[in-house]
Design a protein around this ligand. Structure first.
Ligand code: PRP
Ligand code: MN
Ligand code: MG
Length: 193
């Protein structure tokens, strides 16, 4: 088999650039979480957020809990179904807690809207969002934060299909330590994300 890198057309952010930016976002988050009266709950959205979450929280020196939910909307393709499903729920009770949702990318905003409504129903007192990539060009639903929640973002992403650092195409490429654009011949439906 060939390397994962063989499917990559060009690199958008190198491993070093990713690490530097994650450090900046972590510093911002650390200052805010230290100001809270009690530990926050950091909720990673599996699968995409796993690398960003791991790199982020180890750089945040503040008391916090880590949990995961699984929300899926893209399946095997490049087009959002528009109907995300929560296929694995939290272990930690978030009632009355400050929640920070960690995502790899906010694209249409459907996944986050669904998840924020879900966390609000569970009684989270505030909900922030910390996303590695933000792709505002594709937004269909505005991300409504809750309470004193803030929006943290690593990079603004151009409107092309990106993979690596957690982001997949048909479950592959997540393990790349950088973010790249997939070669068009690697996928069949040329419809963005
Ligand atoms: C991707 C990505 C975000 C979401 C963003 O998840 O990881 O969670 O889509 O898209 P949206 O803003 O248009 O909703 P995906 O459904 O591909 O699952 P995965 O994390 O397991 O790859
Ligand atoms: Mn995801
Ligand atoms: Mg995906």
């Amino acid at each position: 088999m060939v390397s994962a890198e063989a499917g990559i057309d060009r690199v958008l952010w190198t491993e070093a650039e990713v690490a530097a930016r994650v450090g900046d976002v972590a510093a911002e988050l650390e200052a805010d979480l230290r100001a809270l009266p009690e530990p926050a709950v950091v909720v990673g959205v599996a699968t995409g957020a796993f690398l960003f979450l791991a790199d982020l929280v180890r750089r945040v020196d503040a008391p916090l809990a880590v949990d995961f939910v699984r929300v899926e909307s893209y399946g095997q393709g490049t087009e959002s179904s528009g109907k995300p499903r929560i296929t694995a729920d939290l272990k930690v009770d978030v009632a009355g807690k400050h929640v920070v949702v960690v995502e790899d990318i906010v694209d249409t905003g459907n996944t986050l809207s669904c998840l924020i409504a879900h966390l609000e129903k569970k009684g989270a007192s505030s909900i922030s969002v910390c996303t590695f990539l933000d792709k505002p060009a594709r937004r269909k639903v505005n991300v409504q934060l809750v309470g004193d929640g803030k929006f943290y973002s690593g990079f603004e992403c151009p409107d092309c299909f990106v993979v690596g650092y957690g982001l997949d195409y048909a479950e592959l490429y997540r393990n790349l330590p950088y973010v790249g654009v997939l070669k068009p011949e690697m996928y069949t439906k040329d419809s963005g994300n």
